[in-house]
Design a protein around this ligand. Structure first.
Ligand SMILES: Cc1cc2nc3c(=O)[nH]c(=O)nc-3n(C[C@H](O)[C@H](O)[C@H](O)COP(=O)(O)OP(=O)(O)OC[C@H]3O[C@@H](n4cnc5c(N)ncnc54)[C@H](O)[C@@H]3O)c2cc1C
Length: 384
């Protein structure tokens, strides 16, 4: 049985960020993952993503690993106004302009606080930063519906915002807190690009290849001799520290030994979502080759053009009825995700819940940049 100072479980952006930082510090570690890249899942050079899809200009730490693809132009983004699909800039939407300005003002304020949190989060636990920032702390406690009412955003929200929230966190805006609501609306404020992962994994894993095992962890227990015992499909490992860089449900599924109260499950909800790549011809009313947000009660949440005749859709079920959107179609690929995010309430997850154990990733703040930063936090704590 091999013993390491640290074993990292999960090779998505959080686990790989941790591994890179530990390597730079000359620390002894091994990373096990059943798939490299995690939700940065794409079919290579074609830039056809299945999981994470967009990056904003505020994603400053991960910019050297993830290239920016096509920029999202708001003139190419369509929403249903009750009659037809229109961009927000259509003259008939002028009635929303005051509400839009109010939302912009709130987003600018929120962004300042979020970026301050990001600047500190490689060294301080996200949960503490969220608790101690008055604006972010309030946003975590307040349901998004109250924020919408308080700011007079009901009409704007119904047409434009709720569909965007639904296609990002895969649930209705009534289910989320104000923090999530504002965080997922950053693309309204910031330049946003299709994420190009074609060179991401080689960049993130450069120099790490002999420290990564592509295998599945089946058990994680405290060891009677101190530290942790990690059992994978190929070997038994022991470690003084374990960094669990997988979503909450994976952690629970390891089964034995790992007491759920160590990680806290309050407010964490698993939300199944399916990504479909669909070949075919969209019906004209669904604006072929444009980015179209559908209404929250529909079979899919969004239609994202990848290339002429190929769309990406997110749907809550694997076999949604796509006939309303396409004249003819075939599903070219399908990937199921079991996301687990904290939707409401202020019970944020501590990233270092007990000595030697780190639970990192997108538990608290959903997205690539913040997941990456949790990896830096764990590594910095470990190397002191
Ligand atoms: C459909 C979808 C769309 C998204 N869109 C965006 C977006 O546009 N922009 C954005 O910023 N974010 C987006 N996100 C969120 C973003 O993908 C995540 O926040 C981020 O990728 C989380 O990284 P992570 O390293 O924490 O977890 P993951 O990427 O999930 O990595 C966890 C790793 O652990 C591995 N693992 C799990 N269980 C085990 C086990 N038992 N043994 C070994 N390994 C295991 C997994 O295979 C995986 O490689 C999206 C997510 C989804 C699902």
């Amino acid at each position: 049985m091999r013993t390491y100072d640290t074993v990292i479980v999960g090779g998505g952006i959080a686990g790989l960020a941790c591994a890179r930082q530990l390597r730079a510090a000359g620390h002894d570690f091994f990373l096990v993952t059943d798939r490299l890249g995690g939700r940065m899942f794409a079919n290579g050079a074609a830039m056809h993503n299945f999981g994470a899809t967009y990056v904003t200009s505020d994603y400053r730490h991960i910019g050297r690993f993830i290239d920016r693809g096509r920029r999202v132009r708001w003139r190419d983004v369509f929403f249903h106004d009750g009659v037809r699909f229109l961009t927000i800039w259509h003259p008939s939407n002028l009635r929303h302009r005051r509400a839009l300005l109010r939302l912009y003002a709130r987003l600018i304020e929120f962004r300042g606080h979020l970026n301050r949190l990001r600047a500190l989060s490689p060294r301080v636990c996200q949960a503490e930063l969220l608790r101690d920032d008055p604006l972010l702390g309030r946003a975590t406690r307040e349901p998004a519906a109250e924020f919408v009412a308080r700011n007079g955003l009901a009409d704007l929200n119904a047409t434009f915002v709720a569909p965007m929230v639904n296609s990002t966190v895969f649930t209705t805006f009534e289910q989320v807190n104000t923090f999530y609501y504002l965080a997922v609306l950053m693309p309204i404020l910031l330049p946003t690009y299709l994420a190009d992962f074609s060179r991401t994994i080689p960049r993130l894993t450069a120099g790490l290849c002999d420290r990564i095992g592509v295998e599945r962890v089946v058990a994680l227990e405290t060891s009677p001799r101190g530290g942790f015992a990690v059992t994978t499909t190929l070997r038994d490992l022991r470690a003084r520290n374990v960094v669990v860089a997988t979503p909450a449900h994976n952690l629970r599924d390891f089964g034995t030994g790992l007491d759920p109260s160590w990680i806290g499950t309050d407010g964490v909800r698993e939300i199944p979502i399916v990504t479909l790549h669909v070949r075919g011809r969209r019906r004209d009313e669904y604006r072929p080759e444009k980015l179209v947000f559908l209404r929250p009660d529909e079979a899919a949440t969004v239609l994202i053009p990848l290339e002429p005749g190929l769309d990406m859709l997110f749907a809550p079920t694997p076999e949604p009825d796509l006939a309303p959107y396409f004249e003819h179609h075939e599903v070219a690929a399908r990937v199921r995700w079991k996301t687990a995010i904290q939707l409401s309430g202020a019970c944020w997850r501590r990233l270092a819940p007990r000595p030697g154990l780190y639970t990192i990733g997108d538990y608290n703040i959903c997205g690539l940049e913040d997941s990456y930063l949790t990896g830096l936090f764990a590594a910095n704590r470990i190397v002191g």
